[in-house]
Design a protein around this ligand. Structure first.
Ligand SMILES: [Fe+2]
Ligand SMILES: [Fe+2]
Length: 332
């Protein structure tokens, strides 16, 4: 890696403009690597069009009903959260285009990423409507409410915070899509979400490798950004209608919860970056590294308490269902 000529002397803080310039070469390398491994795919191939038929309203077809699809309740809840999250792409594009710019390698990445992300909402909506997996009226109303709110990044004050956030967020999205597919009850849905999850993984790798380069050129600031982002992490869909309630169902359903967040999202990125082993930090970097370590220990303990509560709730639910089934059997 070449060090940009405007590198600040000693331990002076890097500005966003200096960092963007210093990382441009890494962006170009990572962009080329990404373009070399990202395979073209066709959203229409993942949609079971033969199941499609007219809806009520203008076409005078059949109204939606919950029993028209095999998709599970938790699958429906999570598919809607994931699709509304993907739907807000115009806001995300605005945020990263403003932060990273629309020129040079950064700009090429911003536009490539946006085009790839565009496929996700296309294929998910086509699947959900064709397979009648969710209520189309409720979905459209939720989309209007959510997109009309817009999305503003928690991290748009700092480019290192922005890059660190998206590294974790892309992996969180990958895991969320993949687990939604596993719990959806429909192999067609599972295959479609697995394809999206592959894209999200490549996006994570791109951003993670940028964070790695940032740790080399501006270790203290990068460590601060990683610690802040991990400690304050929240999913981009947090503002959507009914998010809290949906998040509880998604957590109990084993799609995304504290244990998964800690084990499958935070730890793989942090381990890859060897964040807890980075040496040569100044007092600010050391402080951030220490805060991160304390936070992760606390999160692990919290995740264990969640696991225990989840097991108790699921056991109670299973017992109630068994009792109800026995009662139904006795009266049959
Ligand atoms: Fe996506
Ligand atoms: Fe992505």
């Amino acid at each position: 890696m070449t060090i940009a000529p405007d590198r600040p002397a000693g331990r002076t803080q890097w500005t966003d403009a200096q960092l963007l310039h210093a990382l441009e070469e890494v962006v170009e390398r990572e962009l080329n690597r990404h373009l070399g491994v990202a395979k073209e795919w066709m959203p229409h191939e993942y949609v079971p069009w033969s199941l499609g038929r007219d809806f009520d309203g203008v076409m005078g077809g059949e109204a939606w009903a919950v029993d028209q699809s095999p998709v599970t309740e938790v699958g429906r809840v999570s598919l809607v959260v994931n699709l509304l999250t993907e739907d807000n792409l115009p806001s995300y594009h605005h945020e990263i285009a403003t932060m990273f710019g629309r020129d040079g390698a950064w700009g090429t990445w911003v536009h490539q990423w946006t085009a790839e992300e565009g496929r996700h909402a296309i294929v998910m909506r086509d699947y959900l409507l064709t397979a009648r997996a969710v209520d189309p009226v409720a979905l459209e109303r939720a989309r209007m409410t959510h997109m009309a709110e817009g999305f503003e990044s928690d991290n748009n004050h700092s480019m290192l915070h922005s890059v660190a956030y998206v590294a974790f967020q892309e992996l969180a999205t990958r895991i969320s899509h993949r687990n939604t597919g596993h719990h959806s009850g429909d192999p067609v849905c599972d295959r479609m979400l697995a394809r999206i999850a592959t894209d999200e993984n490549l996006h994570m790798v791109f951003y993670r490798n940028l964070v790695k380069a940032a740790l080399e050129i501006a270790p203290d600031q990068a460590m601060r950004a990683i610690a802040d982002v991990v400690i304050n992490f929240r999913m981009p869909g947090h503002g959507m209608p009914g998010f809290e309630r949906a998040a509880v169902q998604i957590a109990l359903g084993g799609i995304y919860n504290l244990r998964i967040h800690h084990d499958d999202v935070l730890q793989p990125v942090l381990r890859h970056l060897k964040v807890m082993e980075v040496s040569g930090l100044g007092p600010e970097g050391l402080q951030a590294q220490q805060e991160l370590g304390v936070f992760l220990d606390g999160l692990d303990a919290q995740a264990t308490r969640f696991d225990e509560r989840q097991a108790a709730i699921l056991a109670r639910k299973a017992a109630n269902e068994a009792k109800a089934a026995a009662r139904a059997g006795a009266t049959a």
